[in-house]
Design a protein around this ligand. Structure first.
Ligand code: ADP
Ligand code: MG
Length: 269
């Protein structure tokens, strides 16, 4: 049930971003949040997107799920092309799901964790009772007990809430997930657990992952390639180990030295 039904040929592109630009506001309030951003992510690969606060990471995630409008350039998701004239309502939720920075923004305080999944599974006729087994199996996937189904978001710890947010995104069985700073608010040990879970799910479910963080050490754990964003532009793009061993951009070097333990530090090997 949790497997994607059709295997995707190795190397085919899941997400392509081409000369993407996003401008907010105008006049004195004009902010160019993204400038000529281009990259490709093949299916079953994981791209880490790293940069300081304000570098445009969340804007990029929001463009991909259709929450922020494209000002210039285009994105292609699962072969579907979107540009500034694009109608994003057509994007199949099974192509792409966002796990947002703050799980409270995807989990209503008035709905139980089970209801959050039931709603994602069937927005028009959500019904926990009818889908209880299916929901329970997703809770199991993210290592939460079946009794969690009837609890409300505030009854969970931060790490558990992120597990629910992950389950909610995954139950739709998307090909691609975008995780935006999903471990940033967590203690280091819980961070490592959530990263480990996502790494494991990625393999089990053949997921394509865009993993966003301001922390290069966290990104390293889960990425095949890394894009380094600064002020809305990609400063460096490449193989994750290469970027750690031999960073090309000065900004990447600064990010590396901002990592506790200095370059080469890993949360877990
Ligand atoms: P990050 O996620 O890397 O911290 P963001 O993508 O949230 O960065 O923000 C990038 C830039 O765009 C920042 O300067 C931010 O203030 C600006 N920005 C983001 N969203 C909006 C918005 N809705 N309206 C105006 N400016 C915005
Ligand atoms: Mg952000």
């Amino acid at each position: 049930m949790t497997e994607n039904s059709t295997p995707t040929p190795e190397g085919e592109i899941a997400v392509e971003v081409q000369n993407l630009g996003v401008v907010f506001g105008s006049g004195a309030n004009r902010t160019e949040a993204l400038r000529s951003v281009s990259f490709k992510v093949p299916y079953n690969r994981s791209l880490g997107i790293v940069g300081e606060s304000g570098s445009g990471k969340s804007t990029l995630a929001k463009v991909l799920v259709g929450l922020v409008a494209i000002s210039s350039g285009e994105v292609v998701i699962g072969g579907k092309q979107f540009d500034k004239s694009g109608n994003r309502e057509k994007l199949d939720p099974r192509l792409l799901q966002l796990i947002p920075q703050d799980p409270y923004s995807s989990l209503s305080p008035r709905r139980t964790a089970g209801e959050a999944l039931a709603e994602a599974l069937d927005p028009l006729h959500s019904n926990v009772r009818r889908r209880r087994d299916e929901i329970a199996s997703w809770f199991e996937q993210v290592e939460l007990s079946a009794s969690s189904i009837d609890k409300y978001p505030h009854e969970f710890s931060g790490g558990q809430r992120q597990r629910i947010a992950i389950a909610r995104a995954l139950c739709v069985q998307p090909r691609v997930i975008i995780a935006d700073e999903i471990t940033s608010a967590l203690d280091l040990s819980v961070q490592a657990e959530v990263l480990e879970l996502l790494t494991q799910l990625r393999k089990e479910l053949d997921l394509t992952v865009l993993f966003i963080s301001h922390d290069l050490a966290v990104v390293r754990h889960i990425s095949d390639e890394v894009a380094v964003l600064q002020d809305g532009e990609i400063m460096e793009f490449g193989d994750v180990d290469q970027i750690f061993i031999d960073p090309q951009a000065e900004y990447t070097r600064e990010l590396l030295f901002a990592v506790p333990g200095g370059p080469g530090f890993r949360i877990r090997d």
